[in-house]
Design a protein around this ligand. Structure first.
Ligand SMILES: [Zn+2]
Ligand SMILES: [Zn+2]
Length: 234
């Protein structure tokens, strides 16, 4: 049986790398482990299809940028299965990925009345969502992001731990039940009642200028006819 330790560097965290490796291991009959080590991804792999597995993981998930792949000899016994291990601190030389716009699959969920993500503004998955805006440091895990303040509900935990789910190991997973909430404040900082998105749309239509805070910081928003007023305010 072939084996090896595969070390990947580049933008390899926050891009769904570990669930991607997990799926590749299942597809190639590989046993072993994957771990975020510092800013790297480290895979210990054993299996007859090691070479095919190695070239599969070397391509990385679509949001990754791989700078280098090293394959080293591996010591020790092969485990019974493949697992994602808790991250370890280590060298930090990689880059943090940018925030990634909501993907088509997540948009489908947001617009689907049958989905538990229906209408939830911060829906994300391993392919999309905030990264740069929320990451405090690497290794990339929820507890080292702004999402640490929002413990997962049981339903999100179930999606997170299910290898068949596309939110398997998605660190920014959240829903209406457990995730960040939207609210609207007036110029004095007082809460405005009503649905924040609908009320914001009404205010914009009325020519008001709003600061919308989301992933990526604040966005100043107004309709075109209010642009002159905005210029005076700035
Ligand atoms: Zn998504
Ligand atoms: Zn939830």
């Amino acid at each position: 049986m072939q084996s090896g330790k595969i070390i990947l560097r580049g933008i390899v965290q926050g891009v769904g790398f570990r669930p991607f490796v997990y799926a590749a291991a299942a597809a190639h009959g590989i046993v072993g482990t994957v771990i975020n080590h510092g800013s790297e991804v480290e895979i210990d792999a054993w299996g007859e299809q090691f070479d095919a597995f190695c070239s599969a993981v070397s391509k990385g998930p679509k949001m990754s940028v791989i700078d280098s792949v090293d394959v080293l000899p591996l010591e020790g016994e092969a485990p019974e299965n493949f697992s994602i291990l808790p991250s370890k601190d280590g060298a930090r030389s990689g880059f943090v990925p940018a925030d990634i716009a909501t993907c088509a699959h997540c948009l489908e969920d947001v617009l689907n009345p049958e989905s538990r993500y229906y209408g939830y503004w911060a829906t994300s998955c391993t392919d999309c969502g905030p990264r740069y805006s929320v990451i405090h440091t690497v290794p990339y895990d929820r507890e080292r992001t702004a999402m640490q303040e929002f413990p997962k509900c049981a339903a999100c935990e179930a999606d997170y731990t299910n290898p068949e789910n596309r939110r398997h190991h998605a660190q920014t997973i959240a829903c209406e039940e457990c995730g960040p909430k939207l609210f609207l404040l007036d110029g004095e900082g007082n809460a405005v009642s009503g649905d924040p998105i609908e009320e914001t749309a009404k205010l914009l239509d009325d020519g008001e200028i709003l600061a919308i805070r989301g992933i990526g910081g604040f966005h100043i928003a107004c309709i075109e006819s209010a642009a002159e007023k905005l210029k005076q305010v700035l």
